[in-house]
Design a protein around this ligand. Structure first.
Ligand code: ADP
Ligand code: MG
Length: 723
């Protein structure tokens, strides 16, 4: 078999097979949330009394009594079984970016051997997976590893339909026996509570009489690549690391920009429609989809929802996207940088906070009063990003996202805030004392209403900012495509809670000093801008001038995850999470341990793959090519037609370079005596990653020389362009 047989098979398979035909789509009204046990379904299934009790729990967090839990459990079971479910599962979100579940049957047998079903309130509320194999960052002794899951009634249960059945899925938290958070949901719920309480203090000081519970909202834009599975199966790096560890740049790259917003290829369109129907059934409001910048890259963005529900839906969306892609013969890549030299994938997290009485507090609003509230909340975000920019960098830190951040396609690794021209000038005027003069002159409106209305123009965008105000929300653009949105949401809610508490304190003093509300607000914001205004930046975040200026402004440029993750140990960050009740110091430190371990592991896995692919695929292909050249040279010499040895020389020297680098990398992988995780991470970033690149350079050079028919790995132009 020639070296490229796998590639040839893949190409012929793709050219000869019909794309999976689309299933007949049903009207939206028929499928929307049909597999979700939401409030509407509960209202139908429960008595008036039970429904009122569960609705209170869902909407205001009121505690749940056991009679209601039993009633909800019974109704949920009947509803799910009518849809074919025989099993149920608490679904939870461990500290990795994945989702975990453990399935249990509804069935029990009675003494006559008959199957009956059983599902009580206590089974609904609490489950006990064997938690010992989930990363816990040493929060628990492994032998005392009992973790348990508990139902989160604020995120609706649903039935997951698969080919041969259905399972009732119950969104849950995951905690240790002693109550420590072992997951990504508990901190998110706690961060919402902290934000709610601080925001309520500020709003009461602003004279609001009725204040409904505040919640954060999230709309996440998900970028991804699709690669035909026939190619993916011939690329161990794509299968095991989710990205190509070798691969020369194609002649036609994305420089033509003809893919962005272009027509969606038919086969991809069929996949999207199938996938979106599944989302609709599960009550996930898929809203937009389009081609992205790179060839083979696409985006899907659901409509925004309450952060906790949006986070659960995001996890479900990623799982479904991968499994549906598989049904359509694609490998779905959520990696932040699957192809070198080609645009990477991010996940913009759009975030706002609001409630039923005051509405969205990051929306300027149309009255002078709502404008003041808006300015306070916006100011709180500015202070938060200034004080905790490095934390925001840390919660999006991963080996994969490092390839994307700061690479002139994604926001830089320096956290700054973009406000847009008009809003920035309002905050500048506040800082310069101009608005204070107006306020003291009794000008209640300050002329803000018009300015802030104007600001909503969505055309006013700065794509180079990692953290941008976009009219009625902030968009955190540095989040990676494979990441859970929970970490970023927790960080944003928590820093907002801290800033709102600071604002409440200052506001209280300013009001007690006899200032009217407008003057007090402007006084507080003036002080805030003097201390934190340097984080506001409206220019080109990709430019090298900004990198220099940011440093002069005291903002940190944190290029790698190895530098970013230790921020979780910074005393100011520990105090932030502790004082807001979001994470205890122990819980936070366990997160550092888990993320550091993940970082090290993912780089080690990649490094071993690089060694393996170089040694068992690329080097043999190079030798085959060299030996055909040698044979030809010998024959030609006999005919007195000596072959120019130039190409042979280059092939040999690249093959040698490849194996020399492999030897160095192997030695680096074998080093294990590190004093700390920090030291080990730095070694990965400073030594292992550059050595992987060194091997890759020699490998990619060989790809440019070795005869195409001998090359074993599908090439970039094949994976990116053949549909
Ligand atoms: P763009 O690509 O221009 O940034 P998209 O329309 O693709 O914008 O995505 C914007 C996302 O922001 C969507 O998920 C949308 O629902 C969400 N969004 C809109 N308003 C808010 C808001 N107030 N709070 C949170 N998310 C929001
Ligand atoms: Mg966006």
């Amino acid at each position: 078999m020639s070296g490229n047989q796998a590639r040839l098979n893949a190409i012929s398979h793709i050219t000869n097979s019909d794309p999976k035909s689309g299933t007949m789509t049903e009207p939206l009204s028929k499928i929307w949330a049909c597999d979700v046990f939401n409030l509407a379904a509960m209202e139908e299934a429960l008595s008036k009394k039970s429904f009122k009790a569960i609705k209170d729990t869902v909407q205001t967090g009121a505690p749940l009594d056991s009679a209601t839990a039993d009633a909800v459990a019974a109704a949920m079971k009947d509803w799910a079984m009518a849809k074919g479910a025989k099993f149920f599962s608490h679904i939870f979100y461990p500290m990795t970016n994945v989702t975990a579940e453990k399935h249990d049957g509804f069935i029990i047998t009675n003494s006559d051997g008959n199957a009956i079903t059983d599902f009580t309130g206590s089974l609904l509320i609490k489950g006990e997976p064997d938690g010992s194999s989930f990363p816990n960052g040493s929060l628990r002794m492994t032998n005392a590893a009992r973790g348990y899951t508990a139902w989160d009634p604020t995120s609706p249960s649903y039935v997951m339909q698969t080919a041969n059945g259905a399972t009732l899925m119950i969104p849950s938290v995951f905690m240790s026996w002693t109550g420590e958070a072992l997951d990504k949901k508990i901190p998110l719920l706690r961060s919402n509570a902290a934000m709610n309480s601080a925001a309520t203090s500020v709003l009461s000081l602003m004279g609001e009489e009725e204040i409904a519970p505040l919640n954060s909202s999230c709309g996440a834009e998900q970028e991804y690549f699709l690669v035909d599975e026939n190619f993916a199966n011939a690329r161990p790096d794509l299968l095991l690391a989710g990205r190509t560890l070798f691969g020369a740049a194609p002649a036609k790259g994305q420089q033509f920009d003809d893919h962005y917003f272009g027509a969606i290829p038919a086969r991809v369109q069929v996949f999207m429609q199938d996938f979106e129907d599944k989302l609709y059934r599960l009550g996930i409001p898929a809203k937009t989809h389009h081609n992205e910048v790179a060839p083979g890259q696409f985006e899907i963005a659901p409509y925004f929802e309450a952060a906790n529900v949006a986070a659960d839906h995001q996890q479900l969306l990623m799982t479904l996207m991968k499994s549906t892609a598989k049904e359509h013969g694609f490998l779905c890549l959520l990696h932040e940088k699957p192809f070198a030299g080609v645009n990477g994938s991010g996940k913009h997290v759009n975030w706002s906070v609001g409630n039923a009485t005051q509405g969205n507090l990051l929306d300027p609003g149309s009255t002078p009063h709502s404008n003041l509230n808006f300015l306070l909340f916006c100011g709180a975000v500015i202070r938060g990003v200034h004080l905790f920019g490095p934390l925001l960098r840390a919660v999006i830190a991963s080996a994969a996202n490092d390839h994307r951040l700061g690479a002139n396609e994604a926001p830089p690794a320096i956290l700054s805030v973009y406000l847009g021209e008009q809003l920035e000038s309002v905050f500048k005027d506040i800082k310069a004392g101009k608005l204070l003069e107006k306020a003291q002159g009794g000008l209640m409106d300050l002329g803000l209403s018009q300015i802030l209305q104007f600001e909503r123009d969505p055309g006013d965008r700065n794509r180079t900012s990692p953290f941008a105000f976009t009219g009625n929300r902030f968009e955190f653009r540095a989040v990676g495509s494979s990441q859970s949105v929970s970490g970023p949401l927790v960080a944003m809610n928590t820093m907002l809670a801290d800033s709102l508490t600071w604002i409440a304190g200052k506001l209280e003093t300013a009001l007690a000093d006899g200032n009217d509300k407008t003057t007090a607000v402007i006084l507080v914001l003036k002080e805030l801008m003097e201390e934190h205004g340097s984080v506001v930046f409206g220019g080109d975040g990709y430019s090298s001038e900004w990198h220099t200026e940011a440093v002069a402004r005291g903002l940190k440029n944190i290029p790698t995850a190895a530098d970013a993750l230790p921020v979780l140990k910074d005393p100011a960050v520990v105090a932030l999470f502790d004082s807001t009740g979001v994470l205890t110091p122990e819980e936070l430190s366990s997160r550092f341990n888990v993320y550091a371990e993940q970082y090290i592991l993912s780089i080690e896995v990649e490094a071993k793959l690089v060694v393996d692919i170089a040694t068992t695929k690329i080097y043999p292909a190079a030798l085959s090519y060299i030996s055909t050249l040698v044979d030809t040279a010998k024959s030609l010499e006999k005919m007195d037609l000596p072959l120019d040895k130039g190409t042979l020389g280059v092939a040999v020297s690249n093959a040698n370079a490849l194996m020399e680098s492999v030897a160095k990398l192997t030695e680096a992988i074998d080093k294990h005596d590190f004093a700390s995780d920090e030291e080990h991470m730095s070694f990965c970033a400073a030594t292992i990653c550059p050595l992987m690149l060194e091997v890759r350079e020699a490998g990619d050079a060989l790809e440019g020389i070795v005869a195409d028919e001998l090359w074993p790995l599908p090439k970039y132009q094949e994976m990116l362009f053949i549909k």
